[in-house]
Design a binder for this molecule. Structure first.
Ligand code: DX5
Ligand code: ZN
Length: 224
């Protein structure tokens, strides 16, 4: 039995000129989630896309839209992302002064709330919020670009977060994002990650069905 985990391909590494085709190819390959990296040029140096593009993709896809907001003061845009069709909305703890308010607002809007932590941000930033969250995103690179190398100490952070989840009998998902590949999949799943985001190591190796099989085979070698 392969270890149960969700692969959420990061569209950042797809062909932006063929988004509808890419989404259809993901669905055809058996993927259920897609990771949407929204960057504002302030919180991170890069700029990607916003609600209008997500709304256009929503009209063409039934995938679960896992939306990673790398934007300053995300509370300004939560309703817009929800209306565009985001199923899960993940905000960075470092990007807002009022994190609890943002999380409550995401839930009120009918989306699943997540909080992302940069590599150097301690888990204590989110510990009191854990019962309200559907997901915690442990960034395993500094956000902003695809194709970076996994930061090794982040594996311990995933283990520590999984221990908190066990001790408190909570059920939020743990997502990892950045430098994820079949090479570190087994270690991440063993550490407690349930949702693996992969950009370059996924889209760079078509066909997508075969690549999903490679990740699943890698996860199946995990000791848990
Ligand atoms: C980084 C983004 C990631 C990125 C991952 O800021 O949040 O989702 O696309 O890309 P890879 O898998 O190439 O590190
Ligand atoms: Zn991301």
């Amino acid at each position: 039995m392969p270890a149960p985990f969700i692969l959420s391909p990061s569209l950042l590494s797809s062909d932006f000129g063929r988004l509808a085709d890419e989404l259809a190819a993901l669905e055809g390959a058996g993927l259920r989630w897609v990771h949407l990296d929204v960057m504002d040029g302030l919180f991170v140096p890069n700029i990607t896309f916003g609600p209008p593009i997500i709304a256009a993709m929503r009209r063409r896809s039934k995938l679960y839209f896992d939306t990673h907001l790398m934007i300053e003061r995300p509370e300004r845009y939560l309703a817009a992302f929800r209306e565009a069709g985001s199923d899960l909305i993940c905000v960075h703890a470092e990007a807002t002064v009022h994190l609890e308010r943002a999380v409550s607002e995401i839930r009120r809007l009918g989306a699943a709330p997540g909080v992302a932590l940069n590599p150097a941000t301690p888990l204590s930033q989110v510990e009191y919020l854990l019962p309200q969250l559907e997901m915690v995103l442990v960034m395993t690179v500094n956000p902003g670009f695809g194709g970076q190398s996994f930061i090794p100490f982040c594996l311990d952070k995933v283990k520590d977060l999984a221990a908190m989840r066990r001790e408190r009998d909570l059920s939020f998902r743990i997502q990892v994002d950045g430098g994820v590949s079949p090479d570190n999949t087994a270690a991440l799943v063993a550490a407690g990650a349930d949702v693996l985001v992969s950009g370059s190591a996924f889209f760079g190796h078509p066909p997508y069905k075969e690549r999903l099989d490679v990740f699943q085979a890698a996860a199946a070698t995990s000791p848990t």
